[in-house]
Write a protein that binds this ligand. Structure first.
Ligand code: MN
Length: 249
């Protein structure tokens, strides 16, 4: 792939409307990538190994977006009663793409379903339904608009997210009924809500592999924490381009 691009290409995983047989995307993801200096590219949900390989080598970073539940069969859960909706097309594309991205150390930002895909692709599991499987007094599916924060998360002090945000507590929005249950080996917890649920993870040693359970793109680019995360993601993609360019010279 051509190197030394000024504006990194960021592949975004799309939503799939089963009824209409159409791809779709919330514009906030696109806007935040653009504001941070990247060029958003909506990926096809093509799951052949050849396509997957071409796709991952054609982008400088990947944003795994929010969406429906992961099929519990993929992480070996037997009780599927808490699973609301699944999308086989996305599971079949995103799990192998995530593993490829980890092999290649492609900068990766994982939002909501994305953090769950990261965890499951690396061998972890999720709570299929927080209200029925986890005791909490927080509303992780907030009633207020998703552009407004609804609960705090405490950031672990020994993680890159703390260095990035410069704070050990931030306000986030919350629109998820699932969350990480068993953390995959290799991932580090970066933030938890006050009820103990994992709200952010990172993969130490990679240029940028961060997952958040909240939706920074819905809080908007004007939110200082959202802005800092998107900027850091794009900066990591730019560094990768630089390094690839140097290696190819
Ligand atoms: Mn939450």
């Amino acid at each position: 792939m051509s190197s030394r691009r000024e504006f990194p290409l960021i592949g975004l995983t799309p939503l799939w409307d089963k009824d209409k047989q159409r791809y779709w995307m919330f514009p906030d993801y696109i806007d935040c990538i653009r504001y941070a200096g990247g060029i958003p590219v909506i990926l096809p949900l093509d799951d052949t190994p050849e396509d997957m390989d071409r796709i991952i080598h054609s982008v400088d970073g990947v944003l795994f977006t929010g969406g429906p539940d992961i099929d519990p069969a993929i992480y070996g859960a037997v009780d599927k009663t808490g699973t609301v909706d699944v999308c086989a097309k996305r599971d079949a594309f995103e799990i192998p793409l995530m593993r490829l991205a980890r092999t290649l150390r492609t900068p990766t930002f994982c939002i909501c379903r994305g953090i769950q895909i990261l965890n499951v692709a690396m061998g972890g599991t999720v709570y299929e339904d927080i209200p029925s499987q986890y005791q909490t007094n927080l509303h992780h599916m907030q009633c207020s608009p998703f552009s407004e924060p609804s609960h705090t998360v405490t950031i672990e002090k020994k993680c890159s997210l703390y260095e990035l945000l410069g704070s050990d507590q931030i306000w986030v929005n919350s629109c998820h009924h699932q969350a990480i249950r068993h953390l995959a080996k290799g991932l580090s917890v970066a933030a938890r809500s006050s009820d103990g649920l994992i709200e952010a993870v990172e993969l130490p040693g990679e240029p940028f592999c961060v997952g958040v359970q909240w939706h920074p793109e819905r809080l908007g680019y004007n939110n200082p924490c959202s802005c800092a995360m998107f900027k850091a993601f794009i900066a990591a993609c730019c560094r990768q381009i630089e390094q690839t360019g140097i290696a190819e010279q």
